[in-house]
Design a protein around this ligand. Structure first.
Ligand code: NAD
Length: 279
């Protein structure tokens, strides 16, 4: 009896028999997401632009006994997403989840300290906003119908602490992620009105994790921290950056039935950064 109860509790977090699409699957956090999703039993569809890394990651998952398919697509190009969706649906039938991992802070959208605040690179900021906003909305528009059809779908967006607190230099990025926060709530209600509790949408708000998109802002060439990197550590109560695997608990919870009454929520995984006043 006890053993039975224990396995039911473990099953709450299982992703067995689910097919989950992950964009940004060739990125640093995306790599951690796809492995965790596979370990919890789901088939993973990796969407990315770097074929070499994408195929390698899919092959690694298969070598571990999982099921994975890499499909090349730009998240800002609807036709490429449509083609990927058609291949995925043709191969697996239903889709049950989408993780919008593609995004980031583009160098051309960053204001350097010596730059005039009134001549910011508007095009660079727009490009950064486009990637983070439309690069999330478009995959939902394209993969969403197949997810809704499954009758048990979960979409996870990736927000940022930059949407909650003022973080200097990346205004386009912060505005993009703030739009994602609003979108997650808005879409959660709209989906619930139309599909009841069968399609959920939530977001994860990572704190600071050392990855490709922020490496040059946070570390010097010799690997030591920049002044900004040090400031972040100083303002993070846990006094360190996060490690990508520390996001996967929240991710698996949001994708699984363990969170089936949760929608429109933003789950912070930030070592205390956003609740800290520094006093
Ligand atoms: P990353 O640069 O390692 O990964 C981002 C991935 O998105 C890359 O593989 C990149 O190729 C892909 N991508 C970019 N533009 C694309 C496009 N047009 N089409 C398809 N793919 C595209 O960075 P990461 O840190 O792993 O970022 C993952 C997500 O987490 C991003 O949304 C980022 O904003 C968010 N985030 C990261 C941190 C952090 O500290 N690293 C903090 C908060 C939020």
């Amino acid at each position: 009896m006890k053993a039975n109860m224990r396995s039911q509790e473990q099953d709450l977090f299982t992703l067995k028999n689910k097919v989950i699409v992950v964009t940004g699957a060739t990125g640093v956090l995306g790599g951690s997401f796809v492995e965790a999703i596979s370990k919890h039993g789901a088939t993973v569809i990796l969407i990315g632009q770097n074929e070499v890394v994408g195929e390698q990651r899919a092959a690694f998952i298969r070598s571990q006994g999982g099921e994975a398919l890499f499909l090349k697509a730009n998240v800002l190009v609807e036709a490429e997403l449509e083609a990927a969706k058609n291949k995925a649906v043709e191969k697996y039938g239903f889709l049950h989840g989408l993780v919008n991992g593609a995004g980031g802070n583009l160098p051309e959208g960053v204001l350097s300290p010596d730059q005039d605040v009134f001549t910011m690179n508007m095009e660079g900021m727009k490009k950064t906003m486009d990637l983070n906003v439309w690069g999330t909305l478009l995959p939902v528009q394209v993969f969403g119908p197949a997810i809704a059809k499954s009758g048990a779908g979960s979409i996870v967006n990736i927000s940022s602490v930059n949407a909650k607190r003022t973080v200097t230099r990346g205004l386009g990025y912060s505005m993009g992620k703030a739009a994602i926060d609003l979108y997650t709530k808005w879409f959660a209600v709209e989906m619930a009105n139309r599909y009841g509790d069968t399609v959920r949408i939530n977001s994860i708000m990572p704190g600071f994790f050392l990855t490709k998109q922020n490496k040059s802002l946070l570390t010097k060439e010799d690997g030591s921290l920049t002044d900004r990197g040090n400031l972040i550590i100083k303002n993070t109560p846990f006094k360190r950056f996060g490690s990508p695997d520390e996001l996967t608990g929240a991710l698996i919870w949001l994708l699984s039935d363990a969170s089936k009454f949760v929608t429109g929520m933003d789950i912070g995984v930030d070592g205390g950064f956003t609740i800290n006043t520094g006093v």
